[in-house]
Design a protein around this ligand. Structure first.
Ligand SMILES: [Zn+2]
Length: 247
């Protein structure tokens, strides 16, 4: 799955057809993905398509979740020895709790999934449509720190076209969860296929993981590229056309 050696920002021809890979440099001769796997006790890429959630995930309402997370985050700060009576710190547990539930993890709740606006493809545009440089701001589920980058999504209409901003919204929705980049890529691709009623969908994500840059191996230069090519995008010429567009 993983190409040899060094870091690159450019998807390599043929390497990632129909697949996903981590692209990160090796450290001390140890492949980065192995190093990560050892470190987190988990194997990237083995994750199922669905975000692992308990059946009772929404038994508590948002306000109750915020209250409980506030309580627990205060305890984390207490254990770290922070003085919660300090003006600067005392509001943090509540702030973090609200941020988790209402902002950065709001995409866990299917109620927040964007409803697609579809139109008939009246003008019979049957070339690919590419929405590039969509902002990716998500959170590594192993360390709960940001993953920041860009997504490029493309599709070839099967008779329906989607409102352009909905492509951004779909990316954003799946970003608002604890994620691994591989699963994020697949979840976006899967939703686009479902909504657009076509298999002719491609998704590429190029992102920096703050768990790699600010801790652990502390590599500030590497980025991770993942891709999903389905339908006509599995064809080499179509894929090359897409890669030209996104540069
Ligand atoms: Zn991480």
């Amino acid at each position: 799955m993983k190409p040899n050696g060094t870091s690159s920002n450019t998807p390599r021809n043929g390497v990632h057809r129909d697949g996903l890979y981590r692209d990160a440099p090796d450290y001390n001769g140890q492949p980065a993905d192995q190093l990560l796997a050892d470190e987190i006790g988990d194997v990237h890429g083995a994750a199922a398509l669905d975000t692992p959630m308990r059946p009772d995930a929404f038994a508590l309402d948002d306000d109750t979740k915020i209250d409980l997370i506030e309580e627990h985050f205060r305890e984390i700060m207490n254990i770290l020895g922070l003085d919660l009576t300090d003006d600067s710190l005392k509001g943090s547990p509540r702030r973090v709790a609200k941020m988790y539930v209402k902002e950065i993890f709001r995409g866990l709740n299917p109620d927040n999934k964007p409803a697609p606006t579809l139109f008939d493809n009246k003008f019979r545009y049957n070339e690919m449509l590419v929405e590039k440089d969509i902002t990716v701001q998500t959170y590594c589920e192993h360390h709960f720190v940001p993953i920041l980058g860009k997504a490029h999504v493309a599709y070839i209409s099967s008779g329906k076209v989607i409102g352009l901003s909905k492509l951004n919204r779909i990316v954003e929705y799946y970003c608002k969860r604890p994620q691994v980049q591989e699963r994020l890529t697949m979840q976006i691709a899967d939703e686009l296929k479902r909504v657009l009623e076509t298999d002719d969908v491609a998704v590429l994500i190029d992102a920096k993981h703050l768990c790699v840059s600010t801790r652990g191996v502390q590599d500030i230069n590497s980025s991770t590229i993942t891709s999903s090519y389905s339908g006509k995008f599995a064809d080499d010429a179509t894929r090359q056309e897409l890669l030209r567009y996104i540069g």
